[in-house]
Design a protein around this ligand. Structure first.
Ligand SMILES: C[S@@+](CC[C@H](N)C(=O)[O-])C[C@H]1O[C@@H](n2cnc3c(N)ncnc32)[C@H](O)[C@@H]1O
Length: 370
């Protein structure tokens, strides 16, 4: 039996919250066996991704008219209805009626009554974190680190669906990541290490320059992805290794890229459920991992070699904070000029805000061993 887009969306929302399923894994799985036409598939995708991003705002909209806790599926039906009414601006007769139809039978009266009130009542948001639907700590850390206006603009942009950018070789990769790979400046014949490389987005671009690329990652399963994405005619060797103690002699490489594990706060639009998964301790916890990785990478540079450190996040602790560590621990390394606009200088590196060029948010630092 074919499900409707709204019913499928409700199934996906239940699994994301109840089972901790990843939106970008559970949705294609449900769509694959749904029998839905392309238009309905797009609508179901919009409903699942949008309602997941806007979960906190939707809860605020409906909680004004609830007096008791609800079963998860009923709550998700209400969130779905509130999302259609407020974020998609749909007419109440369609949004309410059709959402009521997919709600559990015993709760249809309640869902109908609450959504009708949600459709009519004016909204006064208590704060930006609720209106923009982020955990308080995400709003607080970005406001402190970017300033209130830039943080609000970044948070707004990350509530929209990202564009799909495809490289000439067909690999789908955000432009900001492509710019980071270009900034490594790899040349034919050079020895280049990309030590946090999976799934290989940047490593495959580095190998396309004709440089000899070593692409490592700590997770064996993810190293398999690098190999799947590599072109057989490009010089790339993949290995499983901890970048903090990779099996290479000092002064081996012309260029080393550390595209480090990070809190990912620059890519929240790409992974709608990520904002609810990352915890407030992530930036400081990851900053110490990042410091260890760049320390080890610095040793691998030949004289004249370049270290590139990048993260897809915007917190100071994981960007300028890691550079403060590098400046103190490796004073001989000389900063190279940061890339020009749309990147903004940030300490000795550069930061790309998601609102500047419609890309992911990113940070980049390049240092040269004299
Ligand atoms: C931001 S992702 C890399 C994305 C990749 N550079 C690309 O462009 O496709 C960070 C990667 O670092 C890996 N990682 C985490 N800790 C590591 C460590 N100590 N050593 C090596 N890799 C690590 C993770 O498994 C993850 O694949």
């Amino acid at each position: 039996m074919t499900v409707s887009a709204r019913e499928l969306a409700l199934d996906a929302l239940d699994r994301i919250e109840r089972d901790g399923a990843y939106a970008n894994i559970v949705l294609p799985e449900l769509l694959g066996r749904s029998g839905l036409e392309s238009r309905d598939r797009h609508f179901a995708t919009e409903l699942v991704y949008g309602t997941t991003r806007m979960r906190r705002a939707c809860d605020f909209l409906v909680d004004r008219f609830l007096t008791r806790d609800l079963d998860l599926r009923v709550r998700n039906a209400l969130r779905l209805g509130a999302y259609q009414l407020h974020m998609l601006g749909m007419k109440p007769h369609a949004a309410v009626g059709e959402t009521v139809e997919v709600a559990p039978k015993a709760a249809r009266g309640l869902v109908n009554a609450v959504l009708r009130r949600v459709a009519e009542a004016p909204v006064t948001w208590p704060d930006d974190a609720t209106r923009l639907s982020y955990p308080d700590w995400v709003v607080e850390v970005l406001t402190a680190d970017l300033g209130a206006d830039a943080a609000r603009a970044a948070l707004e942009v990350m509530n929209t669906a990202p564009p799909v950018t495809e490289r000439a070789d067909g690999y789908v990769q955000d432009l900001a990541s492509q710019w980071v790979a270009e900034s490594v400046g790899a040349c034919p014949g050079e020895r280049v290490a990309d030590l946090c490389a999976a799934p290989g987005g940047k490593a495959t671009l580095l190998a396309a320059t004709g440089a000899h690329v070593v692409a490592g990652d700590i997770r064996k399963g993810r190293v398999g992805l690098i190999l799947e994405n590599a072109r057989p005619d490009h010089p790339l060797a993949a290995l499983v290794a901890d970048a903090a103690c990779a099996p290479f002699a000092a002064a081996t490489f012309d260029r080393v890229l550390i595209d480090a594990p990070c809190s990912g706060l620059g890519t929240l639009r790409r992974r709608p459920d990520a904002r609810w998964r990352v915890d407030a301790s992530a930036p400081s916890r990851l900053a110490s991992v990042q410091a260890r990785l760049v320390d080890a990478a610095a040793v691998l540079l030949k004289p004249g070699g370049t270290l590139v450190y990048s993260v897809c996040t915007l917190t100071n602790s994981e960007t300028s904070g890691v550079d403060d560590h590098l400046a103190a621990a490796h004073p001989a390394l000389v900063p190279l000029p940061p890339p020009a606009g749309p990147w903004d200088p940030h300490g000795r590196g550069a930061r790309l805000l998601p609102q500047s060029a419609g890309t992911d948010g990113m940070y980049l630092l390049r240092l040269r061993r004299p």
